[in-house]
Design a protein around this ligand. Structure first.
Ligand code: ATP
Ligand code: MG
Ligand code: FE
Length: 332
């Protein structure tokens, strides 16, 4: 059984081939055009997807050494994401499935981030909790089976990836700034500066307050010392990262206590953050959790995770009609 999967929800065009549970290829084209605008420009993103999609799909098939006529199904990200971007992948998948006369499988991008854990071993056992942290989402998900998961906590405003990127922007770093904060934080003192952590009831998060606190902090400091940012960049980055990671882990700890679940996973682009990886590993040892962290390649957007999710649906016979259209706000 061979599945070709396509991911085009935001600013990565990606295609992957999976054969009987194994990823044979995972080709990703990241759009660099957005850097100069300090964020993703939707219209430019869909245009770039149109330019990339055919060569990326061809490369994925060639790398996997699987010819088109040996595919069993075509999977695609139906949502959530940018409408124009999703339309490119969805239309391409529909046309290809129609042309090859094989089934279509729609995949929820956020479920796929969670199911990226089944690409490699060791795999979590059910039920497990997954902290999904990305550019658009911050969720604690209770996963009872591959296709049965529930969001038990989420952000009420900004996503944590957004908090990383917006903080980076305030520091004058290019988009996407999350990985740069991570890089500078490695040489800084995480306790150099303190930012107030918002206290949300239950398992929900809020990241808009901290963004504002950082903005005022930098404004006040640079008023008296114009060189404050360049001279203290590692300490500022380390302190911001420390605060954001603590906010995530406080809620994760609470979720584990309330559910009694000890298999704990992390997924999404921000799970590439080295501060989060280290802190989660330490917390896991302390709490006697089994912690699961995906390979870097499967943290940020990629089609391998779409293929993995699609395989579970294929096994259940969950296929999609040709009349399907994208869902920018798709939930599960
Ligand atoms: P969503 O999955 O919610 O639709 P998205 O697809 O844009 O959003 P991902 O590609 O999963 O998100 O993740 C991108 C985010 O991850 C960006 O905000 C980026 O800054 C952040 N990120 C990536 N690497 C790191 C890192 N090392 N440290 C902090 N943040 C990071
Ligand atoms: Mg992206
Ligand atoms: Fe994503």
């Amino acid at each position: 059984m061979n599945i070709l999967a396509i991911e085009s929800s935001c600013d990565e065009t990606s295609a992957s081939v999976l054969a009987n549970g194994h990823i044979l290829s995972n080709v990703i084209a990241t759009q660099l055009i957005h850097e100069q605008y300090g964020g993703v420009v939707p219209e430019l993103a869909s245009r770039a997807h149109q330019q990339h999609i055919l060569p990326i799909v061809e490369r994925a098939l060639t790398d996997a050494k699987v010819p088109k006529n040996e595919l069993s199904a075509i999977a695609f990200t139906r949502g959530p994401g940018l409408l124009g971007s999703l339309l490119v992948g969805t239309s391409f998948a529909k046309a290809m499935a129609l042309g090859l006369n094989i089934p279509l499988i729609e995949v929820n991008h956020m479920q796929a981030h969670v199911l990226a854990h089944f690409i490699d071993s060791p795999k979590p056992t059910f039920p497990f909790l997954c902290l999904t942290v990305s550019g658009g989402h911050t969720q604690i998900v209770r996963v009872d089976s591959p296709l049965n998961m529930t969001v038990i906590g989420q952000t009420l405003d900004d996503a944590v990836g957004e908090a990383f990127d917006k903080s980076a922007k305030l520091l004058g770093l290019p988009y996407p700034g999350g990985p740069l904060i991570d890089k500078y934080a490695k040489e800084g003192n995480p306790l150099a500066y303190r930012f107030p952590m918002s206290e949300m009831p239950n398992l929900d998060f809020s990241f808009s307050g901290i963004k504002t606190a950082i903005m005022y902090f930098l404004r006040d400091k640079t008023k008296t010392d114009p060189h404050f940012i360049p001279q203290n960049l590692p300490d500022i980055c380390a302190s911001i990262q420390h605060t954001l990671v603590q906010m995530l882990l406080t809620k994760l700890k609470r979720a584990a206590r309330e559910t009694g679940i000890r298999d704990i996973a992390v997924a999404g682009g921000v799970s590439a953050n080295s501060g989060l990886r280290t802190a989660l590993t330490q917390l896991g040892e302390q709490q006697k959790w089994k912690v699961f962290i995906p390979q870097f390649e499967y943290c940020t957007d990629n089609a391998a995770m779409i293929a993995m999710a699609a395989q579970f649906k294929y096994e259940q016979g969950e296929f999609t009609e040709q009349t399907v259209s994208p869902l920018p706000r798709m939930s599960f």
